[in-house]
Design a binder for this molecule. Structure first.
Ligand code: PBG
Ligand code: ZN
Length: 322
């Protein structure tokens, strides 16, 4: 019988010629958590394969990453001392500034992105300065210290900053302050559409950033809102972001597609800690074919419209692709 389409006509060679979506090791940014000390490499119980590391271990890890073909990392700092304004993030010898400087010194070919936020540095675990009268983050006071933090990362030699606090006006503030400081060419990857999500649970263990009261819903988005999700990213594009982001990834594939179609900027997705933990634990108990589900998930992000995938799975993906 005549049939216009027969899948049987596609042998494996032709199937790969017509494949529409590809995952490459170049798509990935790998997150690293730096703390002070020496020889420290502590696995996070909820995230097998993810560690808090001292700087010497981070430098070694960069060797491993490069051998796998991964040349992009995003750094998170875990300071020894936390206080109400996150002071450790505000001076040149804090954990994050030191880590940026040392990684760039030892690995100039590594592209270093810094997460710019305060929740890892504050004793209350919120993403900025607290307005005690209202028991919420003071947006504008947080903008001021964020601008300071950006200049500290820039001075330390970071290749791109990634503000993750979702304060209103953050991108414009940072762009202005970087430009005034002579860093016109330093790109900003905005956590532009970031939902208030239960999927961040394991991250807050590793970054020791569980809020001591309340939640982040005054500055992160309601998962139910699609129009607002698009508007947030479009707003950051107008404020001068170079790359946009959707976070988390798995439960928000429609939003990735929406933003892909409503802006012309490159788009990153953050495949977050809870997504990683779910897959890891399902794989460990043999409930799923781990490698297969992993690659299917990554293809899903790319197919939805992602250019960049920030993922704790990056090393595994690189190994599978090799
Ligand atoms: C800090 C930040 C968070 C994540 C990245 N940057 C946590 C949060 O907003 O609570 C989450 C990453 C993950 O879950 O893997 N603002
Ligand atoms: Zn934060």
């Amino acid at each position: 019988m005549f049939q216009r389409f027969r899948r049987n006509r596609l042998n494996s060679h032709l199937r790969s010629l017509v494949r529409e979506t590809h995952v490459s090791v170049n798509d990935f940014i790998y997150p690293l958590f730096v703390r002070s000390g020496e020889g420290i490499k502590t696995e996070v119980s909820s995230m097998p394969g993810v560690y808090q590391m001292s700087l010497d271990e981070v430098l070694k890890e960069c060797e491993v990453l490069k051998a796998l073909g991964i040349y992009s990392i995003i750094l998170f700092g875990i300071p020894d001392v936390k206080d109400s304004i996150g002071s450790d993030a505000l001076h040149d010898h804090g954990i994050i500034a030191t880590a940026i400087r040392e990684v760039k010194k030892m690995h100039p070919d590594m592209f270093v992105v810094s997460d710019l936020c305060f929740c890892e540095y504050t004793d209350h675990g919120h993403c900025g300065i607290i307005d005690h009268e209202h028991e919420t983050v003071n947006n504008d006071a947080t903008l001021e210290i964020s601008a300071k933090q950006a200049l500290i990362h820039a001075k330390a030699g970071v290749d791109m900053i990634a503000p993750s606090g979702m304060m209103d006006g953050i991108i414009e503030t940072l762009r202005e302050s970087l430009d005034l400081g002579g860093y016109e060419n330093l790109p900003i990857m905005a956590y532009s559409t970031k939902f208030a999500s239960g999927y961040y649970g394991p991250f807050r263990d590793v970054a020791e950033s569980v809020p001591s009261f309340g939640d982040r819903s005054s500055y992160q988005m309601d998962p139910a809102n699609r129009r607002e999700a698009i508007a947030e990213s479009v707003e950051d594009e107008m404020q001068g972001a170079d790359i946009l982001m959707v976070k988390p990834a798995l439960a928000y594939l429609d939003i990735i597609r929406d933003i892909r179609e409503n802006t012309s900027l490159p788009l990153a997705v953050y495949n977050v800690s809870g997504e990683y933990a779910m897959l890891k634990h399902a794989g460990a108990t043999g409930l799923i074919d781990y490698d297969r589900v992993l690659m299917e998930t990554m293809i899903g992000f790319k197919r939805a419209g992602a250019d960049i995938i920030i993922s704790y799975h990056a090393k595994e993906v690189a190994t599978l692709l090799a």
